[in-house]
Design a protein. Structure first.
Ligand code: FES
Ligand code: FES
Lengths: 447, 723, 154
């Protein structure tokens, strides 16, 4: 009996201790919220005295619901994820390749069978804020509802109104192919309990209206952190390293904290504004891959005041302590014989396929968008983004004189791609990469 | 392409004769004695003894080119043949493209007015010399009559007739009227080759000056008043149709003039190509992709592999292969060749001006008479209302033996007021080519000691001949598809070639520089190397022993061995490979020296060729063709492959359909064998030998027997055992 | 947008959108058809012209980026001593086959010889590898560049 009582007590004790530890772990893993870094006090929008940081820019307040919805939908960049390559806009089918399988985005045109045509306002809000589908099933957080949860009801419904004004497209995306346990949607309910704050945006009283506007845009709509903030063991954003840069879909989303060496600390306000609105800053590089798409479809459509507000907000994010590369921005020598010669094969590939646009010095004679000098991609010794651009190319839509680069992944071997990337990063970057054919094969698989 | 392979029971003459019966082919002998199409014009009197030569009163000699120039130098070669026998001053002749006229200008080897198959010099070698000699005889006769001397006492040089004894001279121009009245002699004597002053000399090409200063006008450079510019998108899936288009955005683009949606294509007409291209990009086109929407390369290969096992038609049989192979150990292998695009440097284009009763077409085509008839058919006009303005070609390689681009252009042009130039983007050019077919070749052989005593060769692939020259496709045999197989140079006592016609789903196929022999020589020469290894013999010694009946080939093989330092030691990871070929009546041996690295990349170090292509009209042009053809073939061997996914061609431009570049090309040594034999073809023959020699060099360096093109670099990288 | 460019020493004015590549302005608006279209994506070099003496792919060069810079095309290259020498070497060695790529080859070669009067093989590779020749005239291109360089020295 005694023995049993002791056992029971210790089991209970262990259970309680376990629960405490577990809660502690959850608390720890969840970490701070995305705006906690200011240490300021957050209040409801109605209680913020400086003005309303949500909604559309002030000069658009009188615009129709549809126009406002369009602006917000673009700011939230719905189209990029909800459009398959070559497919109809918003009709879904875009593939997210993850280490544990592939997921496809849904059709968010108002088709009543295959799209969101039957969604009520509340159902739409449930999806945006809580990650719950109309049929009650859970969405995977590839849909960034932990960011969209900050979008006000009014703004979310404006987006809905806009989406409902589109031509309905009948399209069913391919079925997801996730492996166990990731194919268990219901488990997302638990994930959400831990990681989705399910609150609307709360302005920070210690900050200006402009800052709060920037925060609303960056956190709620543009969901910057979803790519630029590293993830924790629970696959949620780790705001202790807010904006420190992270891998995404085989690319590397750069450090956009105010770190002076690796982040935006050394950039001027104009640099950041230009990068967001045209995807390019002389001497700092050109947005490609997912960021290029974000510029094309979202940031380039924002008003100047909104871009400026985002710049104000980004500037306030404390430096990340990551040890990224420091930028080297001097051009390479004009002659092919001078400068780094990491790989003869790499040089051969470069002189045939690349030099016509990028030049031996890295300063493009055709377009500033093709200038390699100073580009963060070639200064990153992991060279992930250079690899992806070489494999998949990059196609920028804005401005109209921006260039696209073809995808060399089909015709060039892993060996050749490794060689040319090592050559390019050595010649134009701070520290050359030393990738192998294997690395290229791995990166191909992620894309 | 070639239609001249000698088959048992099907001689060239029979092929053409057979075709003649269908009315498809007009002539075997050119009417060189007959008067040309035009005899008099506003310039006054002129002498036009035949369709190739006109001389006006001022002595200007105009030569009419039955064959088109696409880089192979035929322009100069044709002029040389005519000028040699005419004794005209080559530097002063004017050249003109022949108009469409099958009766006057059909290629005697092809039976149609076409340039291709390395046939030009072979086909026109005698007729053009006869044309020149006939005209010369008439001029001499006219002068002799005037001087009251015998023709035999007169001679000609550089456009003048001279009476040697009296020293009297008359320029050809002064004889125009009188010569026109002389009746053409029946049999003229041709010059003895030792008297040639032009033929066989490395003459400067006539077409080059304008090609280095930007003055040359290719089809794509056609300009005229009120010209509009268009570009097009054809359904990305072959056989698909336009379902609907949304052109609202395109209409707003400045410079866009007209949007044309036809059954299977959408074209945008604009003030310039840029407007047309931006307009086309802005149109949202929904395609009805049709039955090919799901076809992928894998399906096509599965289909061919299965079909290649089936029964074929025997194209050649010597001895008793079945008996020897059935009773002994055999060595078997299969080889596969991919689809290839032509990718002529000048993208497809065609300028047209269609009115209710006329149709003008400006284009560079290898097949002008068909161009005319297709334009007439599409425009709904009689052929004589269609004028084809022929241009120099920025590359042909067989692509411009087709007329699909002309049909599309006339369809578009019929909807446009005024002239319109339609230019294919490179993407459209590559994705709507008519591709070199895929082939699968299966070979079985039996060795006795180090001799091959039986060999059975089965080639499976589509028949281009059956579509392109139906009369030549008889008894189920495509003479092009078995060319250089039925006449394989090796002396093997039991030998059989089967042909299995397999048409791939969804992909149109056509002639591609080097044609059938590309496939056959590759498979055979790779296989022979594998047999040599099995017999434990040096690849050259092994071949040499079987070349007793083909001394010209044995000679070039010996020469190539010597010049390539065959047998000398090489650094690690470097190998030499050899191939021989009997193609297009030319005997060629090729040795490629290549290095392979651990990543599977292949570096070309040196290429050595020995070439006996008979009598050469212009040796320097022959060497140029050999160099260029070698690079063309090696490009395909290393990189060339067109693939399909969801019915769509996956390659689109030079970033994914790669070309060898100058920094990858090695020294190419060409050794021409002096020969008095009739000229053989070279433009296509030169493409054929590089790929097997390269593959055999890789085999020598690594021991990996690749059996598929292009060279699988990934596979070499993975099979590290050779390192 | 009205633009004025100096082409082969002459001022030429035309209307064209800012982002229109120089290639199409040259060919379709101004009639300089010597500059060729091969790929439209800076992979083949057929469209090479000189901008302030440097070789540039005109198919990807927005005309709006050019402002007042001076352009030389194949039609004008003979007026430069190097251009004339290159053309002569090209004819002497019979480099050309179909010829379609050769405007671009000549322009790239002329630019090379201006910056590197005595090029070695690696200099030729570095300057010429961006120019594709489908006919495979590379062997002679290399030889002709060397000959033109030798003529330059003499
Ligand atoms: S057309 Fe400009 S590089 Fe090919
Ligand atoms: S000469 Fe024909 S592409 Fe170069």
């Amino acid at each position: 009996m005694v023995v049993r009582a002791v056992v029971v007590r210790s089991v209970i004790g262990a259970a309680i201790a376990g629960a405490v530890v577990a809660l502690g772990a959850v608390w720890y893993v969840r970490g701070p919220g995305p705006l906690a870094f200011t240490g300021g006090k957050n209040v409801a929008v109605a209680d913020y005295k400086e003005g309303d940081p949500t909604g559309v820019p002030a000069d658009m307040r009188q615009a129709s619901l549809l126009e406002r919805g369009k602006y917000l939908a673009e700011a939230a960049d719905c189209v990029v994820c909800h459009t398959a390559p070559g497919g109809r806009k918003y009709a879904g089918g875009f593939a997210f390749k993850l280490p544990f399988g592939t997921m496809y985005s849904t059709n968010i045109t108002p088709d009543s069978e295959t799209g969101i045509g039957k969604y009520t306002d509340q159902e739409f809000l449930d999806a945006m804020h809580r990650g719950v589908r109309r049929d009650g099933a859970r969405l995977y957080p590839a849909m960034p509802y932990t960011s969209y949860t900050f979008v006000t009801d009014a703004d979310a419904l404006a987006i809905k109104a806009y989406l409902f004004s589109l031509v309905p497209v009948r399209a069913v995306p391919p079925a997801n192919s996730l492996m166990f346990p990731f194919n268990q949607r219901w488990a997302m309910a638990f994930w959400s309990v831990v990681f989705n704050p399910d609150t609307r945006f709360r302005p920070d009283t210690s900050q200006s209206l402009k800052w709060n506007r920037g925060a609303y845009l960056a956190e709620a709509l543009a969901h910057c952190g979803e790519c630029h903030t590293p993830r924790n063991i629970g696959f949620a954003l780790d705001n202790r390293k807010k904006f420190a840069g992270a891998p995404v879909a085989g690319w590397h989303a750069s450090d956009i904290s105010s770190d002076r060496t690796t982040g935006l600390g050394g950039w001027t306000d104009d640099d950041i504004a230009s990068y967001l609105s045209v995807g390019h800053v002389s001497g700092r590089g050109t947005a490609s891959g997912p960021m290029g798409e974000a510029v094309d479809h979202s940031f380039s459509k924002m008003t100047k005041t909104d871009i400026d507000a985002m710049v104000t907000f980004l500037r306030s994010v404390p430096p990340a302590t990551s040890s990224g590369p420091s930028l080297k921005s001097a051009p390479a020598p004009l002659s092919h014989t001078d400068g780094a010669t990491a790989s003869l094969l790499g040089k051969k590939v470069f002189e045939g396929a690349c030099v016509s646009c990028h030049g031996w010095s890295g300063e493009s004679a055709v377009s500033k968008f093709a200038t390699l000098t100073g580009s963060s991609a070639v200064n990153d010794p992991s060279a992930v983004n250079v690899v992806q651009i070489v494999i998949s190319g990059t196609r920028r839509l804005t401005p109209s004189s921006a260039l696209s680069m073809p995808s060399f992944g089909h015709a060039f071997s892993d060996d050749e791609i490794a060689a040319v990337v090592n050559y390019v990063t050595a010649r134009f970057g701070a520290k050359g990469s030393s990738l192998t054919a294997r690395d290229i094969a791995d990166l191909r698989a992620q894309n | 392409m070639t239609v001249v392979a000698e088959l048992p029971g099907i001689s060239r003459r029979r092929i053409l004769g057979g075709a003649l019966a269908t009315g498809f082919v007009f002539a075997f002998h050119l009417p060189v004695g007959a008067a040309g199409p035009v005899q008099k014009d506003s310039a006054g009197e002129r002498f036009a003894p035949n369709a190739y030569i006109r001389i006006d009163g001022a002595g200007q000699v105009t030569l009419v080119m039955p064959q088109v120039e696409m880089g192979q130098g035929i322009y100069t070669a044709v002029a040389t043949l005519l000028a040699e026998e005419l004794d005209a001053d080559l530097a002063k002749v004017a050249l003109e493209h022949a108009p469409p006229n099958e009766q006057l200008y059909a290629n005697p080897l092809l039976g149609v007015q076409a340039t291709g198959g390395s046939t030009s010099v072979r086909a026109f070698w005698t007729p053009l010399r006869q044309a020149g000699a006939t005209a010369r005889a008439m001029l001499i006769k006219a002068a002799a009559e005037q001087w009251q001397v015998t023709p035999g006492s007169c001679s000609t040089t550089q456009g003048t007739v001279a009476h040697n004894e009296s020293g009297r001279k008359l320029g050809y121009g002064e004889l125009v009227e009188a010569a026109g009245k002389v009746s053409p002699p029946r049999d003229v004597a041709l010059k003895d080759p030792k008297d040639f002053v032009l033929i066989g000399k490395p003459l400067k090409r006539l077409d080059t000056p304008d090609k280095v200063n930007g003055k040359v006008i290719y089809g794509i450079d056609t300009m005229m008043a009120d010209l509009k510019f268009a570009t097009l998108a054809q359904c990305p899936v072959f056989g698909g149709k336009v379902a609907k288009i949304d052109d609202e955005a395109a209409r707003k683009i400045s410079g866009v003039r007209q949007i044309i949606a036809l059954d299977d294509l959408v074209a945008v007409v604009g003030d310039h190509m840029w407007a047309a291209k931006c307009g086309l990009d802005a149109i949202e086109i929904t395609w009805d992709e049709g039955k090919n929407a799901k076809v992928s390369s894998k399906d096509i290969w599965d289909h061919l592999r299965a079909a290649s096992e089936g029964a074929g038609v025997v194209a050649k049989s010597v001895g008793d292969v079945a008996k020897v192979l059935n009773f002994g150990e055999t060595y078997d292998a299969s080889y596969e060749m991919p689809f290839l695009a032509h990718a002529t440097m000048e993208p497809l284009n065609c300028t047209v001006h269609v009115t209710p009763n006329s149709c003008d077409v400006w284009v560079g085509t290898q097949i002008i008479a068909r161009a005319q008839s297709v334009a007439a058919k599409v425009a709904g006009l009689p052929e004589d209302k269609v004028t084809i303005h022929q241009h120099l070609l920025g590359g042909g390689f067989g692509r411009r033996l087709e007329v699909d681009m002309i049909a599309a252009a006339v369809r578009i042009g019929s909807m446009v007021e005024g002239p319109v130039k339609i230019v294919w983007t490179r993407e459209e050019d590559i994705q709507h080519d008519i591709y070199r077919p895929i082939y699968r070749d299966s070979i079985s052989a039996r060795l006795s000691g180090d001799k091959v005593i039986a060999l059975k060769y089965r080639v499976a692939g589509s028949s281009v001949i059956a579509r392109w020259l139906p009369p030549a496709f008889t008894k189920g045999i495509d003479i092009d598809a078995v060319d250089s197989a039925v006449d394989m140079p090796y002396d093997i006592p039991n030998f059989q070639v089967d042909y299995i016609r397999v048409e791939p789903p969804a992909v149109p196929t056509g002639f591609w520089r080097g044609v059938g022999p590309n496939n056959n020589v590759f498979a055979i020469e790779c296989f022979i190397d594998e047999l040599a290894r099995k017999a434990n013999k040096d690849p050259i010694a092994f071949r040499r022993d079987m070349l007793g009946k083909t001394p010209r080939i044995r000679h070039v093989l010996d020469l190539a061995a010597e010049k390539s330092n065959w047998g000398q030691p090489l650094p690690p990871r470097v190998g030499r490979g050899v191939s021989v070929q009997p193609t297009f009546n030319s005997s060629i041996a090729t040795v490629v020296e290549a290095e392979v690295d651990a990543g599977g990349d292949v570096y070309l170090r040196r290429v050595t060729l020995a070439v006996d292509c008979g009598f050469t009209v212009n040796p320097d042009t022959v060497v140029a063709q050999v160099e260029g053809g070698m690079i063309f073939g090696l490009t395909a061997a290393l990189y060339g492959e067109i693939t399909l996914e969801k019915g769509r061609i996956q390659q689109s431009n030079f970033h994914d359909y790669r070309m060898l570049r100058i920094d990858q090309v090695p020294k190419i040594d060409v050794h021409l064998v002096k020969s008095g034999e009739a000229p053989g073809g070279i433009g296509e023959a030169s493409v054929v030998g590089g790929p097997p020699a390269l593959r055999n060099a890789i085999y020598a360096a690594t021991g990996i027997a690749l059996r598929r093109l292009p060279i699988d670099r990934q596979l070499i990288a993975e099979k590290k055992s050779w390192l | 947008m009205a633009t004025t460019l100096n082409i082969n020493g002459q001022e030429r004015s035309f209307e064209a959108p800012h982002e229109m590549p120089l290639l199409w302005v040259l060919r379709d608006i101004l009639g300089f058809t010597g500059t060729k279209f091969g790929c439209g994506m800076a992979q083949c070099g057929a469209c090479t012209v000189h901008v302030d003496g440097k070789p540039v792919r005109s198919c990807v060069l927005p005309v709006g980026n050019l402002q007042s810079r001076s352009i030389t095309t194949i039609e004008g290259i003979a007026a430069t001593p190097v251009g004339a020498r290159v053309q002569k070497a090209w004819l002497d060695l019979e480099v050309v086959q179909c010829g379609y790529c050769q405007s671009g080859q000549v322009m790239s070669a002329a630019a090379l010889l201006v910056s590197t009067p005595d090029p070695d093989d690696s200099d030729i590779d570095a300057a010429m590898a961006g120019n594709i020749c489908r006919c495979g005239t590379y062997v002679r291109i290399r030889a002709a560049i060397k000959q033109a360089a030798a003529a330059q020295k003499a």
